[in-house]
Each structure stands twice: as C-alpha cells, then as structure tokens.
Write a protein that binds this ligand. Structure first.
Ligand code: FES
Length: 103
C-alpha cells in the first residue's frame, strides 16, 4: 500500500482492488481513466486494454465502480450505465474532487 500526501492543487483517488487499497494523487481536470492509467492502473481487462475507443466515450469498456465521490454523469451513455447500476465510464468522469474507485 502506497500513500501520497495531498497538496491543495491535487485530488486523491483511493483505488481499491482485490489485492489492496491505496491512494494516488492526481491533477484536477483529467479524466478518471487518464488518472488510473498514469498511475499504473487500468479500467480495462487484457483484451479491452487494446481494443477500446481511446477514451472518447464510445465503446463502454472503461467501466469502474465509484464507491465514494461520484460526480453526476454529464453524458448520455455514462448516465444510462450509472442508472442501470453497471458503473461509470471512467473516460467520461472528470476528476474535480477526491473519490474512491473499485477496480
Ligand atoms: S474508453 Fe471507450 S468509453 Fe471509455
């Protein structure tokens, strides 16, 4: 488990996996998908890590569960999946506050 101390210009994403829970510090305004990938995580599996839309919100293959701090959906596909309880499209979630994500 690694922890990064927050600064006033960053947000903390708590990442929960089957193996552990740790925190990553990210700059505000990037997408959750970008934040996860920059810190060695992926919302994708081995296949969808190669075959995805590149974060354009079209493929629906970057779903994550936001346990705490989920912002309201701003786009139709993300809203639909969220309403169905499937999860959130990490490429359509802008990190503008702290949140907890389960992969
Ligand atoms: S990467 Fe395709 S919808 Fe997010």
């Amino acid at each position: 488990m690694s922890t990064t101390a927050p600064t006033t210009d960053t947000h903390i994403i708590t990442v929960q996996t089957e193996a552990d829970q740790h925190k990553i510090e990210v700059e505000p305004g990037i997408t959750l998908r970008q934040a996860l990938r920059r810190h060695g995580h992926s919302p994708h599996n081995a296949v969808t890590d190669i075959a995805n839309c590149g974060g354009r919100g079209h493929c629906g293959l970057c779903v994550v569960e936001i346990v705490e701090g989920a912002p309201p959906p701003t786009q139709a596909l993300d809203s639909t999946l969220s309403g169905m309880g499937v999860g959130r499209l990490s490429c359509l979630v802008t990190v503008d506050h702290d949140m907890t994500v389960r992969l």
